[in-house]
Design a protein. Structure first.
Length: 259
């Protein structure tokens, strides 16, 4: 059994073949797919898919790039949606400094709000990071360090591409590392770096429709392709594909509280 902990199946890229993509995932052994949010409408679309298909789970959050225009009402809507039984996490939240640095303060403000929401609802949280790790981990540590709920922290730093030192800091903070298709890219260097991350601190992601692994790099990604990520992890860890599937799925179930 494989679990894709991060796929945006509600986007237009899956409009023409969503059912077929889910069927292909099941044929590849992917039995659970988690749908992170981008904005409030995306949560509603994810919830509709959860009603239609077994094995799908939703998240609720405002993606950091959305916070430039987001309002307090948008965040209140996210908080309310966390009461839906299909919502298993706050996500994806975080920081993205790649293109526009004009609203760093707003990103950080909303990140803190999302962390506090996760603590309040006792939900895991999924973090997006792009060229912002130092600020992201600092804020995470500050928020949980100021809380009496430290033992309840759960969550994923998804699509990790950082250094072994950054991975160690994530694990030390009580979170797990989401590994996706980049681990299969030649010359990316991630394959070598994952060797230092304990297998039981890793979950699998696709970030579909983006970041398709080899041999589909440059094409639309989909949950079935998480198997290529698992196969590369097995190679780097020198264990069987079955062990990677079993350990990462067990970790995903523990983090997200799913069956």
């Amino acid at each position: 059994m494989l679990i894709d902990t991060h796929a945006h199946l509600y986007l237009d890229q899956f409009e023409d073949d969503l059912e077929a993509a889910i069927d292909r995932a099941r044929e590849a052994g992917v039995t659970r797919i988690l749908l992170p949010a981008i904005d409030v409408p995306s949560v509603h679309r994810a919830l509709e898919l959860c009603e239609r298909f077994d094995g799908l789970y939703a998240m609720a959050a405002l993606h950091p790039t959305e916070t430039k225009e987001a309002t307090s009402s948008d965040f209140d809507a996210v908080a309310a949606l966390c009461d839906d039984p299909h919502v298993v996490a706050v996500g994806e939240s975080g920081l993205d400094y790649y293109r526009d640095r004009s609203f760093d303060d707003r990103q950080q403000e909303f990140l803190r709000l999302h962390i506090r929401l996760a603590m309040d609802r006792k939900l895991p949280i999924v973090f997006h990071n792009r060229e912002a790790f130092s600020d992201l981990i600092r804020i995470v540590e500050e928020e949980w360090g100021n809380s009496k709920e430290m033992d309840g922290r759960r969550g994923v730093f998804h699509c990790f591409t950082g250094t072994p030192e950054e991975a160690a800091r994530i694990v030390q903070a009580g979170f797990v590392v989401g590994i996706g298709g980049i681990v299969t890219f030649r010359n990316a260097g991630l394959a070598e770096r994952v060797r230092s991350i304990p297998l039981d601190r890793i979950v699998l992601v696709t970030d579909a429709p983006w970041l398709a692994p080899m041999p589909y790099r440059g094409k639309r990604n989909e949950p079935a392709y998480v198997r290529f990520v698992a196969e590369r992890l097995a190679l780097e860890k020198e264990v069987s594909l079955e062990e990677v599937a079993g350990v990462t799925s067990r970790t995903a179930r523990e983090v997200f509280g799913i069956g």
